[in-house]
Write a protein that binds this ligand. Structure first.
Ligand code: NAD
Ligand code: UDP
Length: 345
């Protein structure tokens, strides 16, 4: 990895205006680096990075990574976080989701190769599909329905992993893979569609808490500050581990347990309602994080009760003051779906 003369690194964060990406940009800038955020604002809002826009070391480029990106400024590291992550959002325009992971990742790998930059690909626990092994270790090859409605995301991320490992084996890019398990925190959009933001927003609005299926399915929830620490640890560990690394919180909860926690922590009149379980929804999920502990010395520190309290506080403050960020007129199917969600259709 190249060291700049003044000790600073120049770091490109694709998806830098998103929920995780904006926290990563904050942390990298606070550590004294230059940050170039690249984002199409497909599933995020400029509001997330507005406080950074006057920072002398921050640059924002509006760009869809499905198109080639050429940057002349020398770049030391590239984090690829650009991809819709919420199931209703990635299913809204499945072809574009797949292209984002395949063509978009190929474009960013080409940029990394040109600059000799280290590359960290945000992969996902979804590469394990509806897992038959529990908890999920990195050597499990997964159980993904390649023709189902989640395939645009799961198979796209699997293809991106394949490309990264090929570029690594060929000695062309110092590529690293993180498999992120369900992560939550401030700056998720209220209409994101994922479970924690949905439940907290519904409870604060006294709306029914929507539980898909019987609510016995499980997830393991990681707070965003823990994830960001893990991303940076994997990007900077020397030598490159050359294997994918799970980053997640092994605390496992049923969706009903989560809903009960939200109900007990908010002054709400909401009640639980059940809705149909989406097709191929994984029944259980929990990371085995032994590899992250051993290779990175990483483990999560924020328990769900603490992170949830922060989420409730965040949405309580922002729901009343934040203007709608929905585009007025949808230009793409994904935007149309987002607008429909925002309008409660
Ligand atoms: P997010 O939707 O908030 O952020 C994704 C960002 O990427 C958004 O700013 C969006 O506008 C941008 N984007 C999407 N497609 C793009 C494209 N083609 N070109 C340029 N920008 C594009 O989601 P997030 O939760 O912050 O997720 C960040 C990354 O982490 C994603 O790659 C996601 O797959 C991965 N991940 C997240 C989780 C999680 O629980 N948060 C779990 C597993 C993996
Ligand atoms: N879920 C739910 N109600 C919601 C949103 C999600 O019951 O309003 C369920 C969903 O079916 C899944 C779990 O919560 O079983 C986690 O969903 P999320 O979309 O957050 O992430 P996933 O892990 O499925 O990608």
């Amino acid at each position: 990895m190249l060291e700049r003369r003044d000790g600073k690194k120049t770091i490109l964060v694709a998806g830098g205006a998103g929920f995780v990406g904006s926290h990563l940009c904050d942390t990298l800038l606070a550590a004294g680096h230059r940050v170039i955020a690249v984002d199409s604002f497909l599933t995020s809002s400029r509001v997330n990075v507005q406080p950074l826009e006057n920072h002398p070391d921050f640059q924002l480029i509006e760009h869809d990574i499905c198109g080639a990106l050429d940057i002349e400024t020398p770049i030391d590291q590239i984090y690829n976080l650009a991809c819709p992550a919420s199931p209703p959002q990635y299913r809204a325009d499945p072809m574009h989701t797949m292209m984002t992971s395949v063509v978009g990742t190929a474009n960013l790998l080409a940029l990394a190769e040109k600059h000799g930059a280290s590359f960290l690909q945000a992969s996902t626990s979804e590469v394990y599909g509806d897992p038959e092994q529990h908890p999920q270790r990195e050597d499990y090859w997964g159980h993904v329905n390649c023709t189902g409605p989640r395939a645009c995301y799961d198979e796209g991320k699997r293809a991106a992993e394949a490309m990264c490992f090929d570029m690594l084996r060929l000695g062309r890019v110092d590529a690293r893979i993180v498999r992120i398990f369900n992560t939550y925190g401030p700056r998720m959009q209220p209409n994101d569609g994922r479970i924690i933001s949905n439940l907290v927003v519904q409870a604060l609005r006294h709306q029914p808490l929507t539980i898909y299926g019987n609510g016995e399915q499980t997830r393991s929830f990681c707070f965003v500050s823990d994830l960001v620490r893990g991303l940076i640890a994997l990007m900077t560990v020397d030598p490159n581990p050359g294997v994918p690394v799970n980053i997640g919180n092994p605390g496992e909860f049923t969706i009903l347990e989560l809903a009960d926690m939200v109900l007990s922590m908010t002054p709400t009149r909401s009640q639980i309602v059940h809705r149909p379980l989406p097709k191929d929804d994984p029944q259980r999920r929990r990371p085995d994080i032994s590899r992250a502990k051993e290779l990175l010395g990483w483990e999560p520190t924020v328990p769900l009760s603490e992170g949830l309290a922060e989420m409730i506080d965040y949405f309580a403050r922002t729901l009343s003051e934040r203007p709608s960020t929905a585009p007025r007129r949808a230009k793409t199917p994904a935007e149309a779906a987002r607008l429909a969600l925002e309008l409660g259709a």
